[in-house]
Design a protein. Structure first.
Ligand SMILES: Nc1ncnc2c1ncn2[C@@H]1O[C@H](COP(=O)(O)OP(=O)(O)O)[C@@H](O)[C@H]1O
Ligand SMILES: [Mg+2]
Length: 248
């Protein structure tokens, strides 16, 4: 039984079968010259990413703003480039993506903390009763000049409570805790239907201005050690306990 699923496309398609989850997945298509252009004109800001990839490697933010003299722009790493027309931009993107399958996804305007974008990693594991349990969440704040929040791309780990402190009152806090928990187990159960070997997942979730959660991707080999940085040591302890039990 497959324990790990690497293709983002396959995982996204599995989640799309669930009505509730579908409402939380930004539109995602396979990248071609035509699909990137139509997604760009529809959403003005999209992310393109390798179907198989990690650590934010190869992920690019692509934008279109018809008011600019160079209306097409994309950023990879810390470098942004702009172009007078789509063809010249695509030619440049293609040089970097040619050998790999890419996906195009509607871009979510991530919330910011001190002018830096952040998103959330939610950990979901089979617990000691073999039931799905959401065991932790942590914020990841992007490096100021980067378009990805990954820890391995210079992102900074922070507790969500701190990141959302000015936006939610105590009641709101209870609400998003419940929402994260439910989203976590729903995603796990849906993927598990198709891939019953999966024992744990890490979900990358974006929050928009309305604090609506958007599922950016699901990892089947999530890094547990990022949770070591939380002040509440019980979270990391539980994550490792479940992890060890699942390895047996
Ligand atoms: N649709 C999107 N909208 C906004 N930001 C995104 C989007 N997709 C990816 N990102 C940013 O890029 C990061 C890396 O993308 P992700 O899909 O998680 O690939 P990887 O497998 O490399 O981690 C995300 O954590 C997020 O910060
Ligand atoms: Mg990721």
């Amino acid at each position: 039984m497959k324990r790990f699923v690497v293709s983002k496309w396959k995982k996204t398609n599995e989640l799309m079968k669930n009505d509730e989850l579908r409402a939380h997945i930004p539109k995602t298509v396979r990248m071609t010259k035509d699909s990137l252009l139509s997604m760009l004109h529809e959403y003005r800001m999209v992310y393109i990413k390798p179907d198989i990839g990690t650590f934010g490697n190869g992920v690019m933010r692509v934008e279109w703003d018809s008011a600019l003299s160079n209306p097409y722009q994309y950023q990879l790493g810390e470098k942004a480039r702009s172009f007078v027309n789509y063809d010249s931009m695509y030619e440049d993107i293609e040089r970097k993506t040619r050998k790999t399958k890419y996906l195009v996804q509607k871009g979510i305007h991530l919330l910011k903390y001190q002018k830096r974008r952040f998103d959330i990693r939610i950990m979901v594991q089979k617990n000691l009763q073999k039931e799905w349990e959401t065991t932790g969440w942590i914020g990841r704040v992007a490096h100021p000049r980067k378009i990805v929040t990954n820890y391995h791309s210079g992102g900074k780990l922070m507790p969500i409570e701190e990141l959302l402190k000015d936006r939610t009152k105590e009641t709101g806090k209870k609400h998003y805790h419940k929402q994260f928990k439910q989203l976590g187990t729903n995603v796990a159960k849906q993927l598990h239907k198709r891939y019953p070997g999966i024992k744990e997942i890490g979900i990358d979730v974006a929050l928009d201005e309305a604090i609506v959660p958007w599922i950016l991707e699901v990892n089947t080999k999530p890094d547990p050690y990022i949770f070591r940085s939380l002040a509440n040591k019980a979270i990391f302890g539980k994550i490792m306990r479940y992890k060890r039990a699942n390895q047996k």
